[in-house]
Design a protein around this ligand. Structure first.
Ligand SMILES: Cc1cc2nc3c(=O)[nH]c(=O)nc-3n(C[C@H](O)[C@H](O)[C@H](O)COP(=O)(O)OP(=O)(O)OC[C@H]3O[C@@H](n4cnc5c(N)ncnc54)[C@H](O)[C@@H]3O)c2cc1C
Length: 273
């Protein structure tokens, strides 16, 4: 056992994994932009922190011909500046997270691990078929992000694991992200959407956030995405796939309407390239 309210700050991933195994009672923190909101609200029983901020290995972005690998502690700002050409939908999603101060601290790993259906990067990541890499002292496992997300703020992360990276297949440049909120910036999404049209024009993917218990995929709508005149049918099919609720940010009916509007626009944007 360790003293109350301790903060451990390893500098290597191996050290972080050892500490995670030895001290499961500590709360993991990366940028702190979700974790500190919880502390300020008095949620949870805080014993102390295991901080990932000094683990440089978790901050790298690497790529080969088919995949971009993003270290879990990569900030939103680094994604905006580093991945606009390769993963434009993800970069656009990262650009909408909070304001500049939040984007300088907030990490992709924190967004993914929080598992909120309104987490902006989750929608393009699910749409692109991303996988998460989870590691503990016992070993490494990879699973599709859509399987990692179990429900609102519930994930498949085990108590001894850290998220170390997100691996994103390269689907080509025809991808868009759009978000609706009560104002144009610095908002948690009422809903958001990501749409990918594959480079050969023969397939695509659609995902919607903040319109169900986790990210919703609208596979039935893809046929209409491939049809140049299919914008209205596409929007209707995407909206019908959602399972929104009424909450403080919007009613279910408003969300379905907003998804319809975003989907119709996204159909044009992604087809116009
Ligand atoms: C003012 C404000 C505005 C915001 N606006 C948006 C917005 O527009 N869109 C949006 O999506 N989010 C928004 N957020 C939420 C937040 O900024 C993001 O979810 C952010 O990506 C969280 O990353 P972080 O590094 O700060 O996570 P932290 O707060 O450090 O951690 C969040 C959770 O993830 C866990 N965790 C973090 N990294 C790892 C890891 N590598 N392995 C295992 N567990 C880990 C932590 O234990 C904790 O449970 C906002 C927050 C604030 C305060």
């Amino acid at each position: 056992m360790i003293a109350d309210r301790v903060a451990l700050s390893p500098t290597t991933l191996d050290e972080a994994l050892e500490l995670r195994a030895a001290h499961p009672e500590l709360s993991v923190v990366a940028g702190g932009t979700d974790a500190m909101v919880g502390v300020n609200a008095g949620r949870g029983d805080l014993v102390g922190w295991l901080s990932l901020r000094r683990v440089e290995e978790l901050r790298s972005i690497t790529h080969d011909e088919s995949t971009v690998s993003i270290g879990a502690a990569t900030t939103m700002q680094s994604i905006v500046t580093g991945l606009a050409a390769r993963l434009p939908a993800l970069a656009d999603a990262a650009r909408t997270v909070g304001g500049p101060q939040i984007r300088a601290m907030a990490t992709i790993g924190g967004n993914v691990t929080t598992g909120s259906p309104a987490g902006d990067t989750l929608t393009p990541l699910v749409c692109l078929g991303a996988e998460v890499e989870l590691r503990s002292v016992a070993g490494t496992r990879r699973l599709p992000l859509r399987e990692f997300l179990l429900g609102p703020k519930r994930t498949a992360l085990r108590a001894d694991e850290l998220l170390v990276a997100v691996h994103v297949p390269d689907r080509g440049p025809r991808q868009v992200f759009a978000k609706a909120g009560p104002r144009g910036a610095m908002v948690i999404a009422v809903c958001n959407i990501a749409v990918v049209l594959h480079a050969d024009g023969a397939g695509g993917n659609v995902a919607v956030g903040s319109a169900g218990p986790t990210i919703v995929e609208a596979g039935d709508a893809v046929g209409h995405l491939l049809d140049p005149d299919g914008a209205d049918a596409f929007a209707a099919a995407v909206s019908a796939a959602t399972r929104p609720i009424d909450d403080v940010r919007g009613t279910a009916a408003y969300r379905r309407h907003a998804v319809h509007v975003l989907a119709r626009r996204a159909h044009r944007w992604v087809r116009d390239g």
